[in-house]
Design a binder for this molecule. Structure first.
Ligand SMILES: [Zn+2]
Length: 358
């Protein structure tokens, strides 16, 4: 039965619609952080077993990880089956498997780009292919899957998009119908500048038209990492996302980390929230991604700041995707994963569900 249901899920074209069911109560804020007992079947809309999330009685830990990387920038990864056990153990039922678009040079022994400035970390198809092959083996050999995995293309070089369409066709040939998401793609990621990252420009964004058309036609959302700015100039790069949203109003676009980063750790949350609100209000195709523990460590952990974000998230609860941004390097074990789930799947008032569109 479960196999049948999982197959059913996989056969759908996937669209994430995030729904926080109505009603915010103080009681829910103090609910225990235990994991859900829901299985995949309970999320199929329009079937008898489908029930809406009840904030008053169910845990607030999300069943969705809309941003994780099953392979590291370099070096060995957590084995695929083990990674999926992590999800089972934390109650995650839906996971978007991003490649690491920017893999480190093959002859480098480095596993994390910040540890090796000067070593190139450039867009590549390697990671996506590894994920797809592992996933293919996994789906054929594991009977009791209770995690719905969505594969994501992370190879496009947004500063040099000339070959993206051609490569999507290569993916179609090698892995027909398997990639249903795009991202995380880097528009501007300041942390990677010392590893050869070239930010997109107004000119290169205009050249995305060909591949954005394919994503649109296939109803494939794209998650973009686009730093807002830095502590010196907090809105330095906002114009890039503005231009993207103006040029591609019919693509589903997710703004990773709400534009925050280690380089922008001191922004006034009221100003940040104002920018996010106006972007959401002006662009109905936009969603925000609250992943990465940097957001917790620099903003959400402060009660007075958390309060402001919880109010914002509740107001826009059907436009927020959460995730961990866990990078599954073999040097990590289940503990950090567990911790990042509990810390990052905040705010407490928010609960997200995934529905799949036929
Ligand atoms: Zn990420």
């Amino acid at each position: 039965m479960l196999k049948k249901i999982t197959t059913l899920f996989i056969s759908f074209s996937v669209l994430l619609i995030v729904v926080a069911c109505a009603g915010t109560s103080e009681q829910s804020l103090s609910s225990p952080a235990s994991t859900t007992s829901r299985d995949l079947a309970s999320f199929i809309p329009n079937v008898a077993s489908h029930t809406c999330y009840d904030r008053n009685s169910e845990p607030y830990i999300s069943v969705v990880d809309a941003h994780m990387h099953p392979r590291p920038f370099g070096g060995p990864a957590v084995p695929f089956a083990e990674m999926n056990d992590y999800f089972n153990n934390t109650g995650v039922r839906f996971a978007i498997y991003f490649g690491i678009g920017q893999v480190l040079e093959v002859d480098s022994t480095c596993t994390y780009y910040l540890d090796c400035p000067g070593t190139k970390a450039l867009p590549s198809i390697k990671n996506d292919f590894a994920n797809a092959m592992q996933y293919d083996i996994y789906r054929d050999t594991h009977e009791n899957k209770d995690v719905h995995i969505v594969l994501s293309m992370s190879f496009p070089d947004l500063a040099h998009p000339e070959h993206v369409v051609e490569l999507i066709h290569l993916y179609d040939k090698e892995f027909p119908g398997m990639f249903k998401w795009a991202g995380e793609l880097n528009v501007i990621k300041q942390a990677l500048l010392k590893n050869g990252h070239e930010p997109a420009t107004i000119d290169s964004i205009d050249k995305w038209a060909g591949f954005m058309k394919i994503l649109r036609e296939r109803n494939i959302p794209v998650t973009l990492h686009s730093d807002l700015g830095n502590d010196k100039d907090p809105t330095k790069f906002v114009y890039l996302m503005k231009h993207i949203l103006k040029q591609y109003p019919d693509n589903k676009i997710i703004w990773a980390h709400m534009g925050l980063s280690k380089e922008l750790a001191t922004m006034d949350p009221a100003i940040h929230i104002k920018i996010m609100k106006s972007a959401l209000d002006e662009n109905s195709n936009l969603m925000l991604d609250t992943s990465w523990r940097v957001l917790y460590d620099t903003y959400f952990f402060k009660p007075e700041v958390e309060k402001q974000y919880i109010a914002f998230f509740n107001e826009y609860s059907d436009r927020i995707l959460n995730g961990t941004d866990f990078v599954a390097s073999r040097s990590k074990t289940f503990e950090p994963r567990k911790r990042s789930c509990h810390l990052l799947q905040q705010p407490k008032a928010l609960y997200l569900k995934v529905f799949l569109e036929h």
